[in-house]
Design a protein around this ligand. Structure first.
Ligand code: KG4
Ligand code: ZN
Length: 335
């Protein structure tokens, strides 16, 4: 055995409607398998009970595939990691119980990971990671945060949403336009064909580095109530482009404020909404204009994935931050 045996971690993510497993060796992601649950589409949102059942169906084949793709046997694992919080409790329980059983049977340590911290650290999955300290705008279906990353396990929230998350703003306004769930990716696609200045929607005036998106949803609703279905159909691309433009503007203005306040010019984005082309282009432009160094995770590490859980678990492993078997998952776990 070498003096520095490699650290190999199996990570499981099951907080919402994606069942994912990844293998990470010494900070390198060797596999990242994601099974998306199509069952929710017909209901216009994630149905928690159906999500838990789908996780139970997917978890064994997804973990197996992650091991096979990484050419890794279970005996090679140094630890087993899972998403501990936050998320749908039934969904979290499936991943947590699976991870605990495997860790117990292999006699390996267990590592519970915070999903929102993992979104931030997804930015480390690259050959040219950001240098600490950096700022991260985390935009997902349930959260919108500006985080100051001092070190891998030292993350400070500088601001967050006081109501809807950016992902919810996309999904709820998309629903008003008659688009199926989740509306964010479709709105992105249609927005690329429309004029972002065609319609204007009011931007909220929220103090400090916090966000609010519920007002935008209401102003889109009132606007659409005054229109005919034919108008909405005929102007779908322009409406999507204008709504997306407003959401991206709200996000980037606050990010700029955070850069000015902290003086930190290493800027990252993370979370499902960081897959949005308007946000990706917008932050790149801002970076060029203001001299920021911008980091954007590759698409597979933006939306929910176990790769980000694995990289976070790797850093926890290095610092000996393990989780007791008795500890349960939490729907609203503390940061
Ligand atoms: O991070 P994520 O996969 O799950 C949570 O932890 O919530 O984020 C999901 C959110 C959904 O609201 C989805 O509509 C949004 O990310 N999303 C997008 C895009 N891709 C995913 N929103 C806008 N444009 C996209 N391309
Ligand atoms: Zn997420």
């Amino acid at each position: 055995m070498s003096a520095n045996p490699s650290v190999t971690i199996l990570a499981i993510e099951s907080s919402c409607d994606e069942t994912s497993a990844a293998i990470c060796r010494d900070g390198q992601i060797l596999s990242n398998i994601i099974a998306t649950q199509a069952v929710h589409e017909q209901y216009g949102g994630v149905v928690p009970e159906l999500a838990s059942r789908a996780h139970m169906q997917h978890i064994v084949p997804v973990v197996q595939q992650a091991l096979v793709e990484a050419k890794c046997g279970v005996q090679e694992l140094s630890a087993v990691a899972y998403t501990q919080a936050p998320g749908l409790i039934g969904s979290l329980l499936v991943g947590a119980q699976f991870a605990k059983s495997l860790a117990l049977s292999l006699n390996r340590p267990l590592i519970g990971v915070h999903h929102m911290q993992a979104h931030v650290l997804a930015n480390l999955i690259t050959d040219a990671p950001p240098v600490f300290p950096f700022l991260c705008l985390t935009v997902s279906g349930g959260h919108t945060q500006i985080v100051l990353a001092h070190a891998p396990l030292q993350l400070e929230i500088l601001g967050e949403t006081i109501d809807d998350a950016a992902g919810e703003a996309f999904d709820k306004t998309a629903k008003l336009l008659g688009l199926p769930y989740p509306g964010g990716p479709l709105m992105d696609r249609f927005a690329q064909l429309g004029n972002p200045k065609a319609f204007s929607f009011a931007e909220p005036q929220i103090p400090e580095l916090n966000f609010s998106f519920s007002g935008l949803k209401t102003s889109v609703l009132y606007f659409l109530q005054k229109q005919t279905p034919t108008f909405i159909e005929a102007n779908r691309h322009d409406l999507c482009a204008s709504i997306q433009y407003t959401i991206v503007n709200i996000l980037l203005k606050k990010l700029k404020k955070a850069v000015e306040r902290t003086g930190i010019q290493q800027v990252c984005i993370a979370g499902g909404v960081s897959a949005n082309s308007g946000l990706r282009n917008g932050i790149r432009e801002m970076g060029e204009r203001h001299g920021w160094t911008v980091h954007i995770p590759s698409f597979e590490y933006c939306t929910d994935n176990a790769g980000m859980i694995a990289i976070t678990a790797y850093h926890r492993y290095l610092s000996g931050a393990f989780t007791a078997l008795e500890e349960g998952p939490a729907a609203r776990g503390a940061w």
